[in-house]
Design a protein around this ligand. Structure first.
Ligand SMILES: *[C@@H]1O[C@H](CO)[C@@H](O)[C@H](O)[C@H]1NC(C)=O
Ligand SMILES: *[C@@H]1O[C@H](CO)[C@@H](O)[C@H](O)[C@H]1NC(C)=O
Ligand SMILES: *[C@@H]1O[C@H](CO)[C@@H](O)[C@H](O)[C@H]1NC(C)=O
Length: 406
């Protein structure tokens, strides 16, 4: 490499933090240290820009170099061929503040791989084949600004992956094919400002967020769930804002919010909701504000209990049943409920406010008995799968069949 080029790289480095990204992307090979008089020899396949900044981005590098000096604060192993990170892989580099492991062919992170790094502030692992975050992989990280795990192939986060990891600003899991959030996936992660999850989540196990305490924002968006199960949020405590948005939430089961505690704002916005067995936020949940806005509910909720300081229920689309007073809807808990929410069905009144649709029985006109029967039958069919597993639903099916036949 021409010397002036090297100098230019160095200047660039000193001038701008963005230089880091450039260096990682450049893919250049081993060169001698820049300050041989001051620095100990630089490891093979690395460029030691100073005693504190080292870039080792050669694909010939296998594993974390063991001969790096303990003074290193910024280390990039991007584009190295790391494959497996063993436990305590960086324990000889206690001064590390920034660690980039992008595109480093990582497939496994052993428990406590990052232990012994009290000063680490930024950790980047992106564009790797990493498919699971195993238990304790990120355990024992403290006071980190960001753990960025986007653009990997993470399909699963095992229980306790982040155990004992406190005071984090951001954990990003964007752009990963995560389909399921397992129970206790975030257990032991405390005081995190924001957790970013990918879109496309298809199941959340009960207690998925148990043991997660002190979250600024937890946003669950673009999910495709069959149901929001009982105890989904049990053990989640101290949340600034919990948002369920732009998702198919399926059926909200009895007790979905049981055991959730101390939430400033709970939002359910712009979701499709097939049915609500129960929507209960009781005093023990200590939710300050609840916002239910812009949702499409295919059936009226069966039971709603909102022991919450502030409630907003507006812009939702709900069934307008023929001859039924909209204020009989269990959600009719706010002053302008009938004006601020709309009919989703029947077709004739779709999109009209609940208040206007009920005037003079507008919802009833053009609704023959036959179609009501068809709806009931369709509902029974959809329930049948669950009914086989859940005896109490078998009763519902029987009841629906009875009404359909009457
Ligand atoms: C990545 O690791 C695999 C083995 O896990 C190896 O076969 C492959 O050559 C590595 N690729 C690169 C680019 O280092
Ligand atoms: C992390 O921050 C907390 C609160 O600011 C502090 O009490 C703790 O000592 C810090 N831990 C480390 C390892 O720096
Ligand atoms: C309310 O929360 C407290 C504290 O977690 C718990 O001990 C108590 O059993 C809960 N009460 C009810 C009625 O669920």
């Amino acid at each position: 490499m021409a010397p002036f080029l090297q100098l230019r790289w160095l200047v660039h480095w000193l001038v701008s933090a963005a230089a880091w990204g450039l260096l990682c992307g450049a893919g250049f090979a081993h060169s001698p240290p820049l300050m041989p008089s001051l620095a100990p020899p630089c490891p093979l396949h690395c460029i030691c820009l100073s005693q504190s900044q080292v870039v080792c981005n050669s694909a010939s590098l296998r594993g974390v170099p063991s001969t790096l000096t303990p003074t290193v604060t910024q280390l990039s192993l991007s584009r190295a061929d790391l494959r497996v990170l063993r436990s305590d892989a960086f324990a000889h580099l206690r001064q590390l503040r920034r660690l980039a492991l992008d595109a480093c062919n990582l497939t496994k992170i052993r428990p406590f791989a990052f232990r012994g790094l009290p000063r680490l502030r930024e950790l980047y692992i992106q564009h790797t084949p990493l498919a699971t975050v195993d238990a304790f992989a990120f355990a024992a990280l403290q006071n980190i600004t960001s753990i960025v795990l986007s653009h990997n192939r993470i399909a699963q986060i095992e229980a306790y992956a982040f155990a004992g990891t406190n005071y984090i600003k951001l954990v990003s899991l964007r752009n990963n094919p995560i389909k399921r959030i397992l129970a206790h996936a975030f257990s032991g992660l405390n005081d995190v400002v924001q957790i970013e999850l990918p879109s496309g989540i298809r199941s959340i196990e009960p207690q998925a967020f148990a043991g997660l305490g002190g979250v600024g924002t937890l946003e669950l968006a673009y999910m495709d769930l069959p149901a929001l199960l009982q105890d989904t949020f049990r053990g989640l405590t101290r949340v600034g804002r919990l948002a369920l948005r732009e998702s198919d939430l399926g059926v909200i089961r009895v007790g979905a919010f049981d055991g959730l505690q101390r939430v400033d704002v709970l939002e359910m916005c712009n979701n499709k909701i097939d049915a609500v067995e129960e929507l209960a936020l009781v005093q023990n949940n200590s939710v300050r504000s609840f916002k239910l806005t812009g949702n499409h509910m295919l059936e009226s909720p069966e039971s709603v209990v909102l022991e919450v300081e502030n409630v907003v229920i507006s812009g939702n689309h709900l069934p307008c049943e023929c001859g039924r007073d909209p204020l009989a809807n269990p959600l009719a808990l706010t002053a302008d409920f009938a004006e601020e929410n709309y009919c989703i069905s029947p077709l004739k009144v779709r999109g009209r406010s609940l208040a206007s649709a009920t005037g003079a029985g507008a919802a009833c006109r053009g609704e023959a008995g036959g179609s009501a029967r068809a709806r009931a039958a369709a509902g029974a069919g959809a329930l049948l799968g669950d009914a086989l597993a859940l005896p109490h639903l078998a009763l519902t099916v029987t009841a629906l069949a009875f009404f359909a036949g009457s």
